[in-house]
Design a protein around this ligand. Structure first.
Ligand SMILES: Nc1nc2c(c(=O)[nH]1)N[C@H]1C(S)=C(S)[C@@H](COP(=O)(O)OP(=O)(O)OC[C@H]3O[C@@H](n4cnc5c(=O)[nH]c(N)nc54)[C@H](O)[C@@H]3O)O[C@H]1N2
Ligand SMILES: Nc1nc2c(c(=O)[nH]1)N[C@H]1C(S)=C(S)[C@@H](COP(=O)(O)OP(=O)(O)OC[C@H]3O[C@@H](n4cnc5c(=O)[nH]c(N)nc54)[C@H](O)[C@@H]3O)O[C@H]1N2
Ligand code: SF4
Ligand SMILES: [Mo]
Length: 739
């Protein structure tokens, strides 16, 4: 049989690289970068080609598993769904809040989940919804929600046009970028410097990204807010404020100036470890640059002052004239987004519609912070979580305080997981529903097209068709059960509901090309082989570039994307204000009371005694959070799950390179191999996350041979960003001892 070629987008990280997959004899033969993908232009990292090994991994589950007498055994789909219906029934009938859902990171890389997970969550109607967002980027949602009115529309650094990129807590040379979709991110950093621009990296580690930047400054973990506030102060004090394109919308400048006034460069020097003079120069140069963007990511979000960091990153960009303008922080115009009109003004963002039962943490975007999950399971009383549904998530390795999380999962009355592995988390599940592999489903990036540095659209068909329920069907049947219906009912109930929902909203939106249409009469024009693809077609047709219905035109639809298999470039980012400004009064209040309150905690931090040693994380190019260590090709070689220790700390604590050390925090302790390196600043140690494949009952034959340690045994649910409840995974106080 002749070789065949399939094109698709890599769904593993946020970079969305185009892949060219060669198929031979019905199996993947080779995977390379797609040179004709208009966005990634052939770029691919070492993980992209491992979709071949993932597809062939004998440990990947393809048959439902049910736990019988403590052991997972294969079952039929009907048996599995029957067991789920039986396991959830009592809880659904008595208290819907007693059933929780945890949505993991790969749900945002899965079109079916993007379309149907929300339906499932709505069908459940529980307050106990948790996602990986609160071990990741919730502070950024909060900042954008409060400033611009829509927490899911995030600003993106305009990487390809900026003259000055200030990066805090990001390591794109390993991560390939986050909340900034830019395939070949390091090359794009090099291009900034090649066109005479500046890239500054603020990171306690001299990370892999350092070779792509103009300057690197080490910073004490958790102190970014002091640096950013001090830079804002310099901009005010030296008369450099220029609001540029957003001048007529911004309010609260004087209050803001008053709020940050105490955090001068001198205070920042003491807190961050950067010289006051360096901070002042940075501020001046950033303000003077023709354009500039502050990009504060993971290290600055998963910190005790995550929300303040995220807010100050926006404001520093704004007061230097760089918001919503080329080269600054901009908003994408995703093809599946809701079209907006020319006028500012929306409903604003409401959060805190409910609070967690035990710690009274606020709801944001329909979810509660994951630092509450274990205590909500373990604390008796009305509303206690007794059953959990995990969708593509591995909380035992990913959430703060792993020991507590695992104990909590063990104490549940019922748990069901939608996953592709029997791993550290799913071993606790009573039923595991095997999802499709990335090559077994169609793909479109609903999330990342909204975070891209160019507007793009690309759809890929499945490379392999499964002979078992697809992700669409699995999620729909779960939604049927949660709606109180028989799982054998026609899943079209769920599919049609989601489709009509999109069409109805569009018909009511005067800015949509489908405004005024009758949803029931146009539904016949929707195409797509799978239910999720049909919803995608509806979103594309009714979106900002949409073809609408009826006359032939150049607008977007699924059919148009089928004709452009390498993907479609829709151009550079465009200014979106005022239409995109969705605060209730159409202004941007940079001194919102939420931020003002949080700044008081920053004041307290100034008088705290600095901790002797703190822990941060790190990523490696050949990892993907917790779940790709079962692929030999990515894990072979030296042990990567080591603790990085600066030589002076190694001497101080008596640990040696290649030896092992006990690392202890308030939450727990781990024993881990030591790597002495001056790439990390003194007073800081680093251990990567996603390791610790030691839990009995999991079946990961490759990963278990090189298990590493679970760093989240050390992180604590007590350490969190106050406003967003996001876990502070970085800056954890620890001690070190030789073993
Ligand atoms: N200490 C520390 N902890 C961290 C971080 C850190 O930097 N430091 N990073 C945090 C961040 S940013 C994130 S996003 C979270 C991630 O947290 P999670 O989303 O909870 O964890 P993942 O490791 O992404 O696990 C994904 C799960 O989905 C399954 N899966 C993968 N692909 C598929 C698929 O195609 N279909 C199905 N059905 N299942 C699939 C995997 O087997 C695995 O069980 O971890 C967080 N935890
Ligand atoms: N190879 C690979 N790629 C991935 C992932 C993966 O696991 N592996 N995960 C994906 C996911 S889910 C995400 S969210 C993204 C994350 O991608 P990024 O946002 O780039 O995050 P990291 O790569 O963890 O880099 C965070 C950096 O912050 C630094 N840091 C720690 N604490 C602080 C601090 O207090 N202040 C400052 N300024 N810096 C600090 C760390 O030293 C580290 O270099 O990566 C994605 N891409
Ligand atoms: S950078 Fe991300 S999207 Fe690109 S090939 Fe690697 S894992 Fe896939
Ligand atoms: Mo993440």
């Amino acid at each position: 049989m002749a070789d065949e070629t399939a094109l698709r987008t890599c769904p593993l990280c946020e970079a969305t690289c185009g892949l060219e997959i060669t198929l031979r004899d019905g199996a993947v033969h080779r995977i390379r970068g797609d040179m004709e993908d208009p966005f990634s232009k052939g770029f691919i990292c070492p993980k992209g080609s491992t979709l071949k090994q993932l597809q062939a991994d004998p440990d990947r589950i393809t048959t439902p598993l049910i736990k019988r007498d403590g052991v997972h055994v294969e079952a039929s789909w009907d048996e599995a769904f029957d067991a789920i219906a039986a396991g959830l029934r009592k809880h659904l009938e008595t208290d819907r809040n007693s059933v929780a859902v945890y949505l993991g990171n790969p749900t945002v890389h899965n079109l079916a989940a993007g379309v149907f997970a929300r339906v499932l969550v709505q069908a459940l109607g529980s307050r106990n919804i948790y996602t990986a967002s609160t071990v990741d980027q919730m502070p950024k949602h909060v900042a954008c929600g409060l400033l611009y009115g829509a927490p899911s529309s995030l600003t993106v650094p305009d990487l390809d046009r900026t003259h000055f990129l200030l990066m805090l807590g990001a390591n794109p040379a390993a991560s390939n970028g986050s909340l900034c979709t830019a395939p070949g991110f390091p090359d794009r950093l090099d291009a900034i410097r090649e066109r005479g621009g500046t890239v500054v990296l603020i990171d306690p580690r001299r990370s892999e990204t350092v070779s792509h930047v103009t300057q690197h400054h080490a910073i004490r973990p958790g102190s970014d807010a002091f640096l950013l506030a001090a830079m804002c102060n310099v901009v005010f004090d030296e008369g450099l404020v220029d609001l540029g394109a957003v001048e007529s919308y911004v309010r609260g400048l004087d209050e803001f100036r008053g709020l940050i006034a105490p955090y001068t460069p001198v205070v920042a020097e003491r807190m961050t470890g950067l010289d006051a003079s360096t901070i002042m120069t940075l501020a001046r140069e950033f303000a003077a640059a023709p354009s500039g963007a502050v990009y504060a990511r993971m290290g600055a979000n998963t910190a005790r002052f995550g929300t303040v960091n995220a807010w100050l990153a926006e404001v520093l960009t704004m007061i230097t004239g760089n918001l919503d303008t080329p080269g600054g922080l901009m908003f994408a115009t995703p093809a599946t987004g809701t079209p907006v009109g020319p006028e500012a003004g929306g409903r604003g963002w409401r959060s805190g519609r409910w609070h967690s039962r035990v710690s009274q943490r606020r709801e944001m975007m329909g979810e509660l912070p994951t630092v509450c999950l274990a205590e909500e399971i373990m604390t008796p009383g009305e509303g206690q979580i007794r059953a959990l549904i995990t969708l593509q998530g591995n909380p035992v390795l990913s959430l703060a305080d792993a020991t507590k999380t695992d104990e909590a999962l063990a104490s549940l009355e019922f748990m069901v997981s939608f996953d592709i592995y029997l791993n550290e988390t799913t071993r606790r599940a009573d039923v595991i529903l095997p999802g499709c592999s990335p090559l077994e489903r169609s793909h479109y990036d609903l999330a990342f097209t909204g975070l891209s540095v160019r507007n793009v659209a690309k759809w890929s068909p499945p490379v392999f068709q499964v002979q078992r329920p697809t992700d669409d069907e699995i999620l729909a049947r779960l939604a049927l059960i949660l709606s109180g219906l028989d799982h054998r009912a026609d899943p079209s109930l769920v599919y049609d509901g989601a489709l009509l929902n999109v069409l109805t909203r569009a018909a009511q939106n005067p800015n949509s090309p489908a405004f005024g249409t009758d949803p029931l009469s146009i539904v016949s024009q929707i195409i797509g082989r799978s239910p999720a693809d049909r919803v995608l077609d509806a979103l594309l047709r009714t979106g900002p570039y949409g073809a609408g219905f009826g006359d032939d035109n150049d607008g977007l639809s699924l059919g148009r994307l089928m004709d452009t298999p390498h993907g479609l470039d829709l151009g550079p980012l465009l200014p979106r204000f005022p239409g995109f400004l969705q605060t209730a009064d159409g202004t941007i209040n940079i001194a919102d009371v939420a931020f003002a309150e949080d700044l008081r905690r920053l004041a307290d931090a100034v008088v705290e005694t600095p901790t002797d040693l703190v822990l941060i994380g790190r990523r490696h190019l050949k990892t993907n959070n917790s779940w790709m260590h079962n692929l030999e090709i990515l894990t072979k070689g030296n042990n990567r799950c080591t603790v990085h220790v600066h030589p002076t700390d190694a001497d101080r604590y008596g640990v040696v390179d290649g030896g092992s050390a006990k690392v202890t925090s308030v939450a727990g302790e781990v024993i881990v191999e030591v790597e002495v390196t001056d790439t990390i600043m003194p007073g800081v140690v680093s251990i990567p996350h996603g390791w610790g494949h030691t839990y009995e009952g999991a079946h990961l034959s490759v990963a278990q041979r090189r298990p590493g340690v679970n760093v989240n045994i050390l992180t604590s649910t007590e350490l969190a960003d106050a406003w967003s409840g996001n876990a502070a995974l970085n800056g954890v106080p620890v001690t070190l001892a030789p073993t």
